[in-house]
Design a protein around this ligand. Structure first.
Ligand code: NAP
Ligand code: G4F
Length: 368
């Protein structure tokens, strides 16, 4: 991580032209080849941020990640990119830090992935979730408008916006009915993105992404909780896994596929919104079955039901229709649900085994 360098103060500042009047005509920025593009990613330390950074580096981008100040480094997911990635400090709660970051970095593309992204936390911290996940989008869009309205902007919107679904499957035209403070905040961020596109002509797109997972998924999300739980039980580190609503259904895909869609959206001549999904839904129960079968166990013997894990308002069933992404972007997923869950279980088994090996090999003095 020490090789990662902060961008602030190391780059010349770009010319600032000031915000254009609403609706004013502007010549679109001539789009430069990939080699000269710079991407600023908020939420770089998260699951998607790490995959997107890898993908953009492979495309030849200069990649700068925005991180918020904390007393410990949360660099687990991006440590392997040290030396190739630049970091800059900024916080979605602080408008001035966003303006300064854009001025210092001079990005051609901004990917706004930062958010309080765990749905249950949004009931415990609804105001904070609104600040990060909702108003944070306004702060970022305002910063783009003020510093350089030619920047292309991607907003990480969510299938949680569909909530109590009005139609199955969900498309870009399906009305929203969010069921959590998180979903409400994302819906605000989505419409703000559309509004800045329509009001100021920004090249701002909203990616309505259905659930996507990977071995880098946060441990509190249901997929990773199940794969990590199965791995721990198989290795004798636990005996049971308490879970909430096993009947909930989601359209789960692989995060590596979904970040490619984010990039494709920003390469289009016209800015517009896209649903990204696999088009196949599975229940949490099926997820548990596949995860436990991968380590030769029957989930029914280990998964217990904990009513405290049920949500005040549930999203029962999500299923996306990504026809538009397929036809306009040429995007399609490459990893099936079973492949995804097995990949995650294998990674969790490997991680726990390595930890156990390390504990066995550590000198006796370091043991408690
Ligand atoms: P994640 O792993 O939870 O990562 C969230 C990121 O946001 C972290 O890097 C976090 O930084 C950062 N962050 C949070 N608050 C911040 C603040 N005030 N200022 C600056 N950074 C802040 O989320 P993810 O799964 O990668 O998802 C990326 C985005 O896509 C999120 O906006 C999420 O809501 C959205 N989304 C995700 C999915 C999905 O299935 N994964 C589906 C649809 C939409 P720290 O490391 O400092 O906490
Ligand atoms: O994995 P989850 O916590 O993801 P959720 O709520 O669908 O949200 C994720 O996907 C959204 C896209 O639709 C993102 F916008 C959001 O940021 C996040 O990445 O829960 C999935 C389902 C829920 O129905 C939940 O009730 O799993 C059910 N579930 C059952 N037992 C559980 C558990 N969820 C969690 N986290 N933990 C459980 O023990």
């Amino acid at each position: 991580m020490s090789q990662m360098r902060g961008a602030r103060g190391q780059r010349g500042r770009r010319t600032i032209t000031g915000p254009p009047a609403p609706g004013a005509d502007r010549a679109p920025r001539s789009y430069t080849p990939a080699m000269t593009k710079t991407a600023l990613i908020t939420g770089i330390t998260g699951q998607d941020g790490s995959y997107l950074a890898e993908f953009l580096l492979e495309q030849g981008y200069r990649v700068v990640g925005m991180t918020r100040r904390s007393s410990t480094l949360a660099d687990e997911r991006i440590a392997h990119l040290a030396g190739r990635l630049e970091l800059i400090e900024g916080d979605l709660l602080d408008q001035a830090s966003l303006v300064a970051a854009l001025r210092d970095v001079g990005p051609t593309e901004v990917y706004n992935l930062a958010a309080q992204s765990f749905v249950p936390t949004s009931w415990n911290q609804p105001v904070l979730t609104g600040e990060f996940t909702g108003l944070g989008v306004t702060r970022m869009l305002e910063a783009v408008r003020q510093v350089d309205p030619g920047i292309r902007f991607y907003q990480a919107s969510s299938s949680e916006m569909f909530g109590k679904v009005r139609q199955v499957p969900q498309t870009e035209l399906t009305p929203f009915h969010p069921r959590s403070p998180y979903g409400v905040a994302k819906t605000y961020g989505h419409f703000l993105t559309v509004n800045y596109r329509e009001s100021y002509g920004l090249h701002a797109v909203s990616g309505i992404l259905f659930n996507h997972e990977s071995p880098r998924r946060g441990i509190e999300f249901v997929s990773r909780k199940a794969t990590d739980g199965a791995a721990r039980i198989a290795l004798g580190l636990a005996t049971e896994l308490p879970m909430g609503n096993l009947d909930a259904e989601r359209d789960w895909g692989f995060a590596g596929d979904y970040v490619r869609a984010m990039w494709l959206m920003l390469q289009q001549a016209e800015a517009s919104d896209f649903v990204i999904a696999t088009g196949v839904a599975h229940s949490v129960r099926e997820l548990c079955r596949i995860a436990f079968e991968r380590v030769g166990l029957d989930y029914q013997r280990h998964v217990t039901l904990d009513p405290r894990l049920h949500r005040p308002a549930e999203v029962d069933h999500l299923l996306g229709d990504a026809t538009r992404a397929r036809t306009v972007l040429g995007w399609q997923p490459t990893v099936t649900f079973t492949e995804l869950i097995e990949m995650m279980v294998d990674a969790d088994v490997e991680r726990h085994e390595a930890r156990l090996r390390g504990a066995r090999e550590a000198p006796a003095t370091s043991r408690p």
